[in-house]
Structure formats: structure tokens, C-alpha cells
Design a protein around this ligand. Structure first.
Ligand code: ATP
Length: 341
């Protein structure tokens, strides 16, 4: 078992606390995404796990062995950790095959090089030089190189951020498949919520030097721990409401609330734009279309309610809901509720 267990990790630079007690367990063979805004300490966390930085307090255990704590510091090269940096950092003078073989013992690697290049779909490019590859191919080689020595853990530091949007989705799906096929435990650092939700088994949201919530992607999206997590992992519609039992009365009607419930009374109600269903007439709360933003796969429709509140609906076909149109709104599914403070 190669679980990664991070407990109570603290780190300051000068007088600035960057990590203020990080706890995170990544089960063996799974991929955890550490998701947080720029500067929240993600790279510092990764560097401590890799052994490039020492913690002030707390510990990192890998496969049951403490590799970092106040008193223990296993050097990076002894940790059996593979690293995939932001931009592949391949050796420019070595072929793809020799890049991948770099960390392997002489003579032992042929089969493994082929195996990991096969995992990332590049087995035919083993003789190419890095400058003869696209950015996406270079990142795949970097992943193959990290996997080759059979590490206990792979750390990926925003590995797709330099790729353009279309390519990014394809490369991360392929990398995800390769990591899963190899069975390695992995941690991906990203500030891209879509990347975290679509790639990871476990998403850990980091804020203010702590993990504020770690959960499977669907649970995180549906049951955010607080308003900050809710808005960090997706678009939100935020409404004041009054909670009675399991229903919140809001400007969008009486809405069913998911557990856990705050105590009754005034609450802040959070739902997702795709929960608001538009119709041209019929039942529902009246609203007026202000703006529609077309994305191809769907549209975001900004709507004004009778009381002046503005909400946003995500709709697959809203071609008829042009600015100025009067529409009706209904909410499907349950919503989340938080106390107002
Ligand atoms: P980004 O997404 O922009 O890479 P991040 O979440 O990875 O950000 P870190 O790189 O871990 O954040 O940095 C967290 C904070 O710690 C920042 O304010 C940064 O300036 C500071 N910091 C990081 N390394 C050092 C260092 N060696 N010395 C001083 N301050 C540092």
C-alpha cells in the first residue's frame, strides 16, 4: 500500500504562514487534486512532499514510512517520488526513449520504457527528439519518464497549464488513463476547478494554508463545506432565504434543501445555474432576460427577478430567450444552505 498521509503540516517563510496545518490522506492508487487559488501554498505543499523543502511542523508519511517531519528528512532522491513539472523539462539532447530511460538502471529499462511510452500512447515516437514533439506530446513523455522507475508517488505541478484549452482536456484524460493503468498514487496541483473535478478521485480544496474540504468530485460539487468552496468549484447562484424544516423560501420559490442543514431562520441558499430551468410560459417564477452568453455547448442566461435580484441559468437551448423576453423559472433538484455569517 502506498498511501500518502499528510498530517498537521506547517510552513512559514520569514514571518508569513504559508501552510497552517495541512491534513490530507491520499489512498493508494488514487489521484488527488489539490485545488486552490494562486499563492495559497499548493507548490509549497508539493515541495515538502517531494523533499525539496522541510516543514516547520507536522509530518508526511508515504507507504507507512515517515519521509518528512521536524526530526526526519529523507532526501528527495530516496523518496521514490516521480515529478511532472509545469513544462515537461525534457533533456533537449536526448531522444524520447532516452529521456524516459534516464532514471532507470543501465540495461534494465528497455521493456519498461516501451511499457510506459505505450501507456501514454507514444511508443512509436521513442526515437524522436523533444523539439520534434508538440507541447502535449512533451507532457506525455514527462509523465512516462516520471512513471518509468515505478515510483511510490507521482507529483504533478500544474502539468497541463501551458497547453491550449482543446489539447489540455485530451492530454489530461490520457494522462489520467495512464496513471490509472499503472496503479500509481498521484497528487495533482491545479487552480483549475474543471481540471480537478474531471481528473481526480479526490479533490482537496486549499485556502489560507489549510485543506478546507477534501471529497470526491461529485460530493464536493453537490455538498460544498462553505460558500467559498461552493463558488471555487463552480458557478453559483446565491439567494437569501428562510429555512423551515427542509425547505428554504427564496425569490425562486420554496426549495428543497440537502443535508446537512444549518439551524433554521435566515440562510444563504446556493444552487448551480444548471438547476434553473427556463420556459417560455407556464408555471414558475416570472423573470426577464437581461443578457445571454452563448458558449456553443450551452448558454448562460442572466435573468432579473421581480424583486430586482439577478440570477444566472445555464441552458442547453435558450435561443428563444433573447434579452427583454419574459420567461418562467423553475428549480430542479436540491439546493445547499449556509448560515448567513
Ligand atoms: P501558484 O498557483 O501561483 O503557483 P501556489 O498556491 O503554488 O501558487 P506557493 O508557490 O506555494 O503557492 O506560494 C505560497 C506563498 O509562499 C506565496 O506567497 C509565495 O510568495 C510564498 N513563498 C513560496 N516559496 C517561498 C520561499 N522560498 N521564500 C519566501 N516565500 C515563499
Amino acid at each position: 500500500m502506498t498511501d500518502l498521509v499528510i498530517a498537521g503540516l506547517r510552513k512559514s517563510f520569514a514571518t508569513v504562514d504559508v501552510l497552517s496545518g495541512v491534513d490530507l490522506t491520499v489512498p493508494s492508487g488514487s489521484l488527488a487534486a489539490v485545488l486552490g487559488p494562486s499563492g495559497c501554498g499548493k507548490t509549497t505543499l508539493l515541495r515538502i512532499v517531494a523533499g525539496f523543502e522541510r516543514p516547520d511542523d507536522g509530518s508526511v508519511r508515504l507507504a507507512g514510512r515517515t519521509v518528512s517531519s521536524r526530526s526526519v528528512h529523507l532526501p528527495p532522491e530516496k523518496r521514490r517520488i516521480g515529478i511532472v513539472p509545469q513544462e515537461g523539462a525534457l533533456f533537449p539532447h536526448l531522444s524520447v526513449g532516452r529521456n524516459v530511460a534516464y532514471g532507470l538502471r543501465r540495461g534494465s529499462g528497455r521493456g519498461r520504457v516501451r511499457e510506459v511510452l505505450d501507456l501514454v500512447g507514444l511508443v512509436d515516437l521513442a526515437d524522436r527528439m523533444p523539439h520534434e514533439l508538440s507541447g502535449g506530446q512533451q507532457q506525455r513523455v514527462a509523465v512516462a519518464r516520471a512513471l518509468a522507475p515505478r515510483p511510490e508517488l507521482i507529483l504533478l505541478d500544474e502539468p497541463f497549464s501551458a497547453l491550449d484549452a482543446g489539447l489540455r482536456a485530451e492530454v489530461r484524460a490520457d494522462v489520467r488513463t495512464a496513471l490509472r493503468a499503472d496503479g500509481v498514487t498521484a497528487v495533482l496541483v491545479t487552480h483549475d476547478q474543471e481540471e480537478a473535478l474531471s481528473t481526480a478521485d479526490l479533490v482537496a480544496v486549499m485556502r489560507g494554508g489549510r485543506i478546507v474540504q477534501a471529497a470526491a468530485p461529485r460530493a464536493l460539487y453537490l455538498l460544498p463545506a462553505d460558500l467559498g468552496v461552493a463558488s471555487f468549484v463552480g458557478d453559483t447562484v446565491l439567494l437569501p432565504g428562510t429555512l423551515t424544516g427542509r425547505c428554504a423560501v427564496t425569490a425562486l420559490g420554496s426549495l428543497a434543501v440537502r443535508e446537512p442543514l444549518p439551524s433554521g431562520g435566515d440562510v444563504r441558499v446556493v444552487l448551480r445555474p444548471e438547476q434553473i430551468v427556463l420556459s417560455a410560459n407556464g408555471d414558475g417564477v416570472p423573470a426577464r432576460v437581461r443578457v445571454q452568453v452563448f458558449f456553443g455547448h450551452d448558454s448562460l442566461v442572466h435573468l432579473e427577478l421581480g424583486d430586482g435580484a439577478v440570477v444566472t441559468a445555464r441552458s442547453l437551448d435558450a435561443s428563444w430567450a433573447q434579452p427583454g423576453a419574459q420567461v418562467r423559472l423553475a428549480v430542479r433538484g436540491e439546493v445547499s444552505c449556509f448560515s448567513p455569517d
